[in-house]
Design a protein around this ligand. Structure first.
Ligand code: MSP
Length: 519
């Protein structure tokens, strides 16, 4: 059977800043989905990268004393490092300064011109360099010191310059029809409503070129203009899929994209401008855009100026990569804002990972190692309570598929941990350490059942915690090449040797505990 395809993208990150927890969060969510789909037999294209043009980057380069290209080369590399430390399994890392991307953007521009979607005019209005966005008069607030700011808090400046415009105003009805016909296009629901009411209020033509600086992609046939950085940046999703080679197998396989994952701040660009640009160029819009929430740091907005950015590299070094990955997706319902607190991370680690999952694996594998000659034991006919455990583990696959297709990671993890708790309770009730003396065959059946449930849980949790789940699977003797979702159907091999048990999720001592110990 031909494999189904799945194309998932992160936003491409501005290189004016070092990677922080927000960037790690967006890419992590995509990484989990990419891994999930690969294990589920899909042919996956998972893309991330860096957004390197525009006034903001030009300014940052100037401040750093480097030429823009050297500056972007340097900072872009830090995003690759982040990906490697966080164990992100991207298939393509795109930089908007690459030739393939310049070609795609210029091709798209010509197509829009040909379709009479672009005209030359002049722009006068407010512009926020931080957001790389234009704002209307009625959106601007004046602070007591006279400074003008956009609703996002970014400072705006008055801009007057010749500019090409995209006929966005013509797309209102077609966009509304598109949202209506594609109820899954935009999630969560609250964001969808927000976007629909924005479009219903009417759209103005959008300035899509700038003439007051040069760091950008040149407009074909008019070298005085560079492309508006958001048109340039959004087009990366097409470039990765092989555009403008529309007939290439890659483009045919992967366009339209299945999911653009974005933060809530950039929803308008992805859910209004982007589908309009695409439809205007006779291309299909993406199937779905999901907007996740924002993290605060111990209750405070994260910002460079407050000096409270959270560096994911430090977190990983301190707590471990899988611990950080698990925490970020378990702690906060995906789609909502969340507060980052080290205390909560430690708590989650100690309760969910060390106490629940870790302990389960540890006690089952230790008993198999010691009491069953280091081999997966042969069970007797399974009793009802054993079958119930196997059934819960087996049902998890379809439950997770449903939750992950809605990007509800927290629910998927909750369901998984329900099964972990159920297996822990089963072990407590069956007490194989007592059975060892009175009914060895029954002890073997119980250990087999628990190990089989662990196998299924670990296979299904690989997308969230790839390293730890692979260690668990090694530990219970599950073969390397039998860890996809298709392999859920087979079961542990009886007589298979298991490794000497090691602790997978160590407890993290809290500062309070350490102090207690010192007293
Ligand atoms: N370059 C644009 C995207 C272009 S995509 C065609 C951009 N880049 S960004 O680097 O500023 O932001 C990238 C992502 O990081 C956004 O999805 C944003 O929501 C996310 N985050 C930035 N700070 C965040 C938090 N504090 N919390 C969670 N995510 C946040 O926008």
């Amino acid at each position: 059977m031909k494999k189904a395809n799945y194309y998932i993208t992160t936003p491409i990150y501005y290189v004016n800043d070092q990677p922080h927890i927000g960037h790690a969060y967006t890419t992590l969510a995509c990484d989990v989905l990419a891994r999930f789909k690969r294990l589920d037999g899909y042919n996956v294209l998972f893309a991330t990268g860096t957004d390197e043009h525009g006034q903001k980057i030009q300014k940052s380069a100037q401040l750093s004393g480097l030429a823009p290209q050297d500056f972007t080369d340097k900072v872009s590399e830090t995003f690759r490092e982040l990906a490697s430390v966080m164990n992100f399994s991207y298939d393509d890392f795109i930089r908007t300064t690459e030739n393939r991307h310049v070609e795609a953007c210029q091709f798209l521009w010509k197509k829009l011109e040909k379709n009479n979607q672009i005209y030359l005019g002049s722009y006068s209005g407010w512009y926020a360099i931080r957001d790389e966005a234009f704002y209307n008069d009625n959106e601007i607030k004046t602070l007591s010191n006279g400074q003008k700011i956009a609703p996002t808090g970014a400072e705006v400046h008055w801009v007057e310059e010749p500019s090409y415009f995209f006929r966005l105003s013509e797309w209102k009805d077609r966009l509304l029809k598109f949202y209506d016909e594609n109820p899954n296009f935009l999630a969560p629901e609250s964001r969808r409503n927000e976007v629909i009411s924005f479009v219903k209020n009417g759209l103005q033509d959008l300035s899509v070129s700038r003439t007051s600086f040069t760091w950008g992609i040149q407009i074909p046939q008019d070298s005085k203009h560079v492309m508006y950085v958001w048109l340039d940046a959004l087009t990366n999703y097409l470039t990765v899929a092989g555009y403008p080679n529309l007939s290439s197998p890659k483009f045919q396989q992967f366009w339209p994209a299945d999911l653009h994952m974005v933060g809530k701040d950039i929803i308008r660009f992805h859910a209004v401008f982007w589908p309009a640009f695409l439809m205007a160029a006779d291309l299909l819009p993406p199937k779905r855009v999901f907007a996740h929430g924002w993290w605060t740091n111990e209750g405070q907005k994260i910002s460079k100026s407050l000096g409270n950015t959270i560096n994911p590299l430090d977190l990983v070094q301190k707590f471990g990569v899988d611990q950080v990955r698990y925490f970020l997706l378990r702690e906060v319902p995906f789609g909502q804002d969340g507060d980052f607190a080290v205390k909560s991370l430690i708590q989650r680690n100690n309760s969910d990972l060390a106490n629940d999952f870790g302990n389960l694996v540890q006690r089952v594998s230790t008993m198999i190692y010691r009491e069953c000659s280091k081999q997966i034991p042969q069970p007797e006919t399974l009793q009802d309570q054993d079958l119930l455990i196997i059934k819960s583990a087996t049902q998890l696959y379809s439950l997770l598929k449903k939750e992950y297709d809605q990007q509800a990671f927290h629910k998927g993890l909750e369901q998984t941990w329900n099964v972990v708790s159920q297996v822990n309770r089963y072990i407590d009730e069956q007490a194989p350490w007592n059975l060892k003396k009175v009914n060895k065959k029954r002890m073997e059946t119980v250990l087999y059942t628990a190990a089989e449930a662990i196998r299924q849980i670990a296979i299904l949790t690989q997308p969230i915690m790839p390293k730890s789940c692979n260690l668990i699977l090694d530990q219970i003797g599950c073969k390397q090449n039998e860890r996809t979702f298709k392999d859920l159907e087979i079961s542990l091999k009886i007589g298979q040797n298991i490794n000497s048990p090691i602790g997978i999720f160590p407890r993290i001592d809290t500062e309070d505990k350490k102090n207690d110990a010192r007293r």
